[in-house]
Ligand binder design. Structure first.
Ligand SMILES: [Zn+2]
Length: 311
C-alpha cells in the first residue's frame, strides 16, 4: 500500500485497515458536508412515499417531516431520507435526543462548527458553560488560578441519557444509509429497531474515540462494513463507524440468534478514521468503551477535558 501524506503515518492504524479489509467489504460509505443546508441530498427508494421502517405508505402515514439521515446535532443539514414517515421520524427522535444528550458536553467544547466560527481559544479566559444554549464562553482567564500550568481539567455535567437509545440511533443511521437493493437482508434488524421492548442477543456497546479538538475532520462520515462470505471467525456481520468533528463511534449491528455461538468478538478491529492515520494526533486520542445495553436512564455522569493554553 502506497500512501502519500503531509504528516507521519500511524502504522498501527494502517495494520488495522489491512485486517479490516481482509475480513470485511465496504457496504456503504457516506460523506456529508457540515451545515450545507442550501444543497439537499435526498435518499430515495424506488416507490415514493412508502416508509422503509414501518412499511406503511401514504395516505395511511404522512411524509411532511424532514427526516435527517444522520442526526442534526452532528452538523448534518443536507442528507435527508424521503422513505421515513412522520410517525417513525417521531419514534426515532427519542433515540436521537438521548444521543445528543450524551454528546452535549463534547459538542459544546469541540463544537459542531457554526457558520464562520472557529473552535474556541482557551487562552487567558474564564469559562462559562451554557448547557441549555449549548455553547461555551471564555473571557479573561485569571492566570493566578492556574499559575504553574498552561492547562487545566474541565469537568462538565452530561445530561441524563438512555444508553440503549444511543445504540438504536446508530443502527437507525445504518439502516437509512443501506441501499434499497440490500435492505431486505436486514429485515431482522429493522424488526428489532421498531420494537422498543426487543432486546439484543449480544449486549450492545460502542467504541467512542475523542480526537484533539484542534484538528476537526472535514466531513461527517458513516461507513458500514459487511463480513466477507469466506470468514469463519465469530465476528459481527455488519460493523458501523460514524464520525464527525473530533469524534468517532464504532458499533456492530444486532447479532442474529443463529449467529450467536457464544464467542462473538464484537470489535474485531478498531476501525481507523482519517484522523487515526495521522501519528501526531493518534498519540492524543482518548478511547472509551461505552456499554449501550441498558435501558435505564444514566444520571449524574461527567465528561472531563484537559484544556491546554495555545501558547
Ligand atoms: Zn414509518
Amino acid at each position: 500500500m502506497l500512501i502519500r501524506s503531509t504528516y507521519p503515518i500511524n502504522n498501527e492504524a494502517l495494520r488495522d485497515l489491512e485486517t479490516l479489509a481482509s475480513e470485511y467489504d465496504i457496504l456503504v460509505s457516506t460523506e456529508v458536508d457540515y451545515n450545507e443546508s442550501h444543497t439537499k441530498n435526498y435518499l430515495k427508494d424506488a416507490v415514493g412515499k412508502k416508509c422503509r421502517f414501518c412499511n406503511k405508505g401514504f395516505p395511511e402515514v404522512k411524509f411532511n417531516s424532514v427526516a435527517h439521515a444522520i442526526p442534526e446535532f452532528t452538523g448534518n443539514k443536507s442528507l435527508i431520507a424521503t422513505f421515513e414517515c412522520d410517525n417513525c421520524n417521531q419514534y426515532f427522535s427519542k433515540f436521537e435526543n438521548e444521543f445528543a444528550n450524551f454528546m452535549l458536553p463534547y459538542n459544546a467544547l469541540g463544537g459542531v462548527k457554526k457558520k464562520g466560527n472557529k473552535f474556541p481559544k482557551y487562552k487567558q479566559d474564564i469559562i462559562v458553560y451554557h448547557p441549555i444554549e449549548n455553547y461555551i464562553h471564555i473571557d479573561n482567564f485569571p492566570q493566578e488560578l492556574h499559575p504553574d500550568t498552561n492547562g487545566f481539567d474541565l469537568i462538565l455535567d452530561t445530561p441524563s441519557y438512555i444508553p440503549n437509545f444511543i445504540y438504536r440511533s446508530l443502527i437507525k443511521i445504518g439502516l437509512t444509509l443501506i441501499p434499497e437493493n440490500t435492505i431486505g437482508k436486514y429485515q431482522d434488524v429493522l424488526t428489532w429497531l421498531m420494537d422498543m421492548s426487543s432486546d439484543t442477543i449480544f449486549p450492545a456497546s460502542m467504541f467512542f474515540s475523542i480526537f484533539p479538538f484542534r484538528n476537526p475532520s472535514s466531513k461527517i462520515r458513516c461507513v458500514l462494513f459487511t463480513r466477507k462470505e469466506s470468514i469463519n471467525r465469530e465476528i459481527p456481520r455488519t460493523l458501523l463507524v460514524l464520525s464527525y468533528q473530533n469524534f468517532s463511534f464504532q458499533t456492530f449491528f444486532p447479532v442474529p440468534f443463529s449467529e450467536n455461538k457464544g464467542k462473538l468478538i464484537p470489535f474485531p478491529v478498531a476501525i481507523p478514521t482519517s484522523l487515526d492515520l495521522n501519528l501526531n494526533l493518534a498519540q492524543e486520542v482518548a478511547h472509551k468503551l461505552i456499554d449501550l445495553s441498558k435501558i435505564e436512564r444514566i444520571k449524574g455522569e461527567k465528561a472531563q477535558f484537559n484544556i491546554k493554553s495555545l501558547d
